[in-house]
Design a protein around this ligand. Structure first.
Ligand code: ZN
Ligand code: ZN
Ligand code: ZN
Length: 375
């Protein structure tokens, strides 16, 4: 991956400023988290001490605790951002309130802690408060070339992990044991951190957000493996389905339906389509096969600095897809108490169609059940 051009942060900040008026805002206020990383490259820790980026029409300021100044200096924060440090005994919220100005409209980032926001609202009483989510997601949901490069690298890294999963799925091992091995592989494959590891064997696969448990793998189990981490801040997220030994006909046939639905949805992605239409393609194929009620969730979610962000691929979302949008296509079919299957790729909208960032084979993968638990 090519090094990131720090000038990109300046461009993003100016874009955010230029959109304030359209959103009826005088300021946008964000705390530590993905919005701050997106706008400044500063991965600030979320502390009981206030860190706040305030984007106003004519200036951008970052208020931060004095003890964080050295760490902030190492981040690619553009020179145009005015740094204001607050000392341990200073009233940081009071400083922030004073810079808002009377009667202004303030958009607040969705992870700005209540412990700061509520006193701020009390001190700056005549301001109007609203979520900054619409303005921020409008910026973040279309990825630049350098962001797509990072998502691509994350996709390759998680594909490498899936290639090694079959060797871990031996009858007699617990889901926890398998999940621990996968977590190590996620970092070995080049991720900076592990975000989550789902190993759902047999009936546990039918619960979409099951993580892992003490359940021991049995011959014939279907196993949903949904895993993700971060590469240079950008998330991977990929699901494949495995079977320990020979698959039952029901598992085999359901997987064939799922694979066709997932592929049809991926191939339907192109600029100009809506998020809702993509959801409909996946849902229709599964419904026609008689499993509509068993597809319990939306088809996908946007991905970037956060695992789940805009655009959501869900019925009723009329967001028009644009080049650079990145999201998952992950239909699932769940038989409660028996087994579940989910198939997930991350895709990016290109100028004419779609690029899939996950190349791991989409088939149901047979894992050799081995000779019982490893010694
Ligand atoms: Zn999820
Ligand atoms: Zn996933
Ligand atoms: Zn996902």
């Amino acid at each position: 991956v090519k090094p990131f051009d720090p000038a990109e942060y300046g461009t993003r900040l100016r874009k955010a400023q230029s959109r304030l008026e359209d959103h009826g805002l005088d300021h946008v206020l964000v705390g530590p988290g993905a919005d701050l990383r997106y706008l400044t490259g500063y991965d600030a820790p979320a502390l009981t001490r206030l860190t706040a980026l305030l984007i106003s029409r004519d200036r951008v300021g970052l208020l931060l605790p004095e003890l964080e100044v050295q760490r902030a200096a190492a981040a690619p924060i553009p020179d145009a951002v005015e740094l204001r440090r607050h000392r341990e005994t200073e009233d940081a919220v009071g400083l922030l309130a004073a810079s808002l100005g009377p009667g202004s409209a303030v958009g607040v980032g969705d992870r700005f802690w209540a412990r700061f926001l509520i006193p701020l609202q009390q001190q700056a009483e005549d301001c109007d408060w609203m979520p900054a989510e619409r303005l921020m997601s409008g910026l973040r949901r279309v990825k630049s070339a350098s962001e797509v490069a990072r998502l691509r690298a994350a996709g390759r890294a998680i594909d490498d992990v899936h290639a090694q999963v079959p060797a871990l799925l031996r009858a007699g091992r617990t889901e926890h044991e398998v999940a621990r091995d996968i977590a190590n592989l996620i970092t070995d494959a080049g991720h900076d951190e592990v975000n989550f590891v789902i190993v759902g064997s047999g009936p546990n696969g039918a619960s979409p957000h099951h993580e892992s448990s003490d359940r021991r793998l049995k011959i014939g189990d279907a196993v949903v493996v949904d895993i993700g981490g971060r590469v240079e801040g950008y998330c991977s997220d990929c699901t494949r389905n495995y079977v320990v030994g020979q698959a039952r006909a029901a598992v085999h046939d359901t997987h064939a339906v799922l694979k066709a639905a997932q592929q049809a949805a991926v191939e339907s992605v192109r600029p100009g389509r809506t998020a809702s239409e993509i959801d409909q393609v996946a849902r229709q194929a599964i419904t026609e096969a008689g499993h509509g009620e068993r597809f319990l969730h939306r088809t996908g979610h946007g991905i970037g600095l956060d695992e789940h962000e805009e655009p959501y691929i869900v019925a009723g979302n009329d967001t028009v897809l644009e080049e650079g949008m990145a999201f998952s296509i992950e239909p699932g079919i769940y038989f409660e108490g028996d087994f579940g299957l989910r198939l997930e790729d991350i895709v990016v909208v290109t100028s004419e169609g779609v690029e899939s960032l996950n190349r791991a084979p989409h088939d149901l993968v047979t894992a050799d059940p081995g000779n019982g638990p490893p010694s």
